[in-house]
Design a protein. Sequence first.
Length: 66
Amino acid sequence: MDPNATWHEMAEAVANDDWETATQRAEDLLSWLDRGGFPPQITGHKEFDKLAARNACDAVAAWDVV
Protein backbone atom coordinates (compact mmCIF):
# COMPACT_ATOMS: atom_id res chain seq x y z
CA MET A 1 0.00 0.00 0.00
CA ASP A 2 1.12 3.54 -0.69
CA PRO A 3 -0.12 5.58 2.28
CA ASN A 4 0.71 8.86 0.51
CA ALA A 5 -1.47 7.96 -2.47
CA THR A 6 -4.25 6.75 -0.17
CA TRP A 7 -4.09 10.00 1.83
CA HIS A 8 -4.34 12.07 -1.36
CA GLU A 9 -7.21 9.93 -2.68
CA MET A 10 -9.07 10.40 0.60
CA ALA A 11 -8.51 14.17 0.53
CA GLU A 12 -9.67 14.39 -3.08
CA ALA A 13 -12.76 12.32 -2.31
CA VAL A 14 -13.64 14.63 0.61
CA ALA A 15 -13.18 17.68 -1.63
CA ASN A 16 -15.51 16.09 -4.20
CA ASP A 17 -18.14 15.05 -1.63
CA ASP A 18 -17.48 11.41 -2.54
CA TRP A 19 -18.05 10.10 0.96
CA GLU A 20 -18.12 6.44 -0.01
CA THR A 21 -14.60 6.63 -1.44
CA ALA A 22 -13.38 8.91 1.36
CA THR A 23 -14.62 6.47 3.99
CA GLN A 24 -13.06 3.51 2.22
CA ARG A 25 -9.68 5.22 1.88
CA ALA A 26 -9.83 6.29 5.56
CA GLU A 27 -10.55 2.71 6.61
CA ASP A 28 -7.77 1.41 4.34
CA LEU A 29 -5.27 3.80 5.86
CA LEU A 30 -6.38 3.05 9.42
CA SER A 31 -5.96 -0.66 8.75
CA TRP A 32 -2.50 -0.01 7.32
CA LEU A 33 -1.49 2.01 10.39
CA ASP A 34 -2.95 -0.62 12.75
CA ARG A 35 -0.73 -3.24 11.11
CA GLY A 36 2.35 -1.11 11.77
CA GLY A 37 2.58 0.60 8.41
CA PHE A 38 4.27 3.96 8.12
CA PRO A 39 2.05 7.05 7.94
CA PRO A 40 1.62 9.27 4.89
CA GLN A 41 4.06 12.15 4.77
CA ILE A 42 2.01 15.17 5.82
CA THR A 43 4.42 17.37 7.78
CA GLY A 44 7.64 15.40 7.51
CA HIS A 45 7.64 14.55 11.23
CA LYS A 46 6.81 10.84 11.40
CA GLU A 47 5.23 10.74 14.86
CA PHE A 48 3.12 13.84 14.19
CA ASP A 49 2.14 12.48 10.76
CA LYS A 50 1.02 9.24 12.41
CA LEU A 51 -1.14 11.19 14.87
CA ALA A 52 -2.55 13.53 12.21
CA ALA A 53 -3.35 10.71 9.78
CA ARG A 54 -5.04 8.57 12.43
CA ASN A 55 -7.17 11.45 13.71
CA ALA A 56 -8.17 12.61 10.23
CA CYS A 57 -9.01 9.06 9.15
CA ASP A 58 -11.00 8.42 12.33
CA ALA A 59 -13.02 11.58 11.64
CA VAL A 60 -13.67 10.75 7.98
CA ALA A 61 -14.60 7.14 8.74
CA ALA A 62 -17.03 8.29 11.45
CA TRP A 63 -18.87 10.84 9.29
CA ASP A 64 -22.39 9.80 8.51
CA VAL A 65 -23.24 11.80 5.41
CA VAL A 66 -26.58 11.11 3.76
